[in-house]
Design a protein around this ligand. Structure first.
Ligand code: SF4
Length: 408
């Protein structure tokens, strides 16, 4: 989300006549877009701000602005801590030095990549006990459906083939809008846009994902068969203290429903290991669930307390770091073997790939279900949907041979 917002902000400033410079030293204006999802990320922002102080001392004409999740209702405090920063503005807001007439409704990236992110809902109302996002990004605010459709049409006109709709919880999309459209309604509208090849979205919340949405993914041809559904833990007591608001049984049923309705669907999930008081048995429950449900991708993180969250003030971070690392490693190893087996099933099969660029002399792109594919060919396939016959697989990517150029 931060990357998408930085791109848009950069484009907007370009439209107003600013030009990007190669280094901070050459710039008249520096805008820092901060991420504070982890304490380490926040520390990096603070270090960067401190480094900019010396730059400002050697070049007093420079303007410095801070945006992103570090900026919320704490602007007065930030002003006190960083008096050399000229402007502070919240994520998604306009830079405060911009004149009223230059404030436009939709900001588009100037040179969008073939696959572009589009934020559809900001903020989060959930307050999972370990997460800082709701405190920093505020309450959920959905963008009007018509505005998103106009934006995606314009992106497609500029060459975009694939959009990924972004939100902390995309399943909440629209509840705060008049007529309360939902994500399924939005997908249906976007599916009619000529020239758009693929639609993705993330992240879903297991407590909110509806049958209507699952049906929509199943029948809308441009909506890709990849669902990011963070489970976080395989133990109900841990889920409760995480304030996730669903049970393992509900999650299991949801996965079954998704797999029954959506042919060839890939599932990705997020897991936190070493949450306060997570016993070896509770951790094993997570391992068991991952073995049972066999996800295509698992993102695993070791718990670290985030000051300002419920978990950090209520629970003691009582799982030793070495133990957290061991649990993390165990899940990584398990997932590596599962992904090896899942990907090996694609050997000899033909998959559709959207070619996004070149890496190490090979074309690279993704399948509809998000798998990374490489192939060699002398022709230019950038932006094409091609058919690739898979000849080699690994847990992380696939390699194959060009078969057919299906759509230009
Ligand atoms: S739903 Fe996601 S963003 Fe919202 S509080 Fe929970 S973890 Fe954080």
């Amino acid at each position: 989300m931060n990357k998408a917002e930085s791109e848009r902000l950069g484009s907007y400033l370009e439209q107003l006549g600013y030009q990007a410079t190669a280094t901070a030293e050459e710039a008249d204006l520096i805008v820092l877009n901060s991420c504070v999802v982890r304490q380490s990320a926040e520390n990096r922002v603070i270090n960067k701000l401190n480094a900019l102080k010396s730059l400002q001392m050697s070049n007093p004409g420079i303007t410095i602005a801070l945006t992103g999740c570090l900026v919320n209702s704490n602007i007065n405090q930030l002003r006190e801590n960083f008096p050399y920063v000229d402007y502070f503005f919240k994520p998604g807001d306009y830079p405060p030095w911009i004149e009223k007439q230059d404030k436009v409704g939709i900001i588009l990236p100037r040179h969008p990549s073939l696959s572009t992110f589009v934020t559809i809902i900001q903020g989060c109302d959930n307050f999972c006990s370990y997460c800082i996002v709701p405190y920093r990004r505020g309450q959920e605010r959905s963008r009007p459906l018509a505005e998103i459709v106009i934006e995606v049409k314009e992106l497609v006109r500029r060459g975009v083939k694939e959009v990924t709709l972004l939100g902390q919880n995309v399943d909440s999309y629209g509840h705060d809008l008049p007529n309360k459209p939902d994500l399924a309604d939005l997908l249906k509208e976007l599916n009619t846009i000529n020239g758009l090849a693929r639609i993705r979205f993330l992240t879903n919340h297991p407590k909110d994902m509806s049958s209507k949405l699952i049906e929509a993914i199943a029948y809308l041809d441009k909506v890709c068969e990849l669902i990011c559904l963070p489970v976080q833990s395989g133990d109900n007591d841990i889920l409760k203290v995480m304030r996730r608001d669903y049970t393992v049984e509900h999650y299991r049923q949801l996965v079954e429903q998704i797999r029954n309705k959506i042919a060839g669907v890939a599932l990705s999930t997020d897991v936190i290991v070493g949450f306060p008081s997570e016993s070896p048995h509770q951790f094993q429950q997570t391992v068991n669930l991952l073995s049972e449900l066999r996800f295509d991708t698992v993102h695993v993180a070791a718990y670290s307390p985030r000051p300002g969250t419920i978990a950090s003030s209520v629970f003691e971070d009582n799982i030793p770091l070495a133990e957290k690392r061991e649990r993390l490693h165990k899940i990584e190893q398990l997932q590596e073997s599962i992904a090896t087996e899942i990907n090996a099933q694609l050997l000899g099969k033909t998959v559709e790939v959207l070619v996004e660029g070149k890496k190490g002399g090979k074309w690279q792109g993704r399948t509809r279900d998000g798998k990374l594919v490489f192939f060699s060919d002398n022709n230019d396939y950038l932006g094409h949907l091609v058919k690739i016959r898979i000849e080699k697989t690994s847990p992380w990517s696939l390699q194959g041979k060009f078969e057919l150029n299906s759509i230009n």
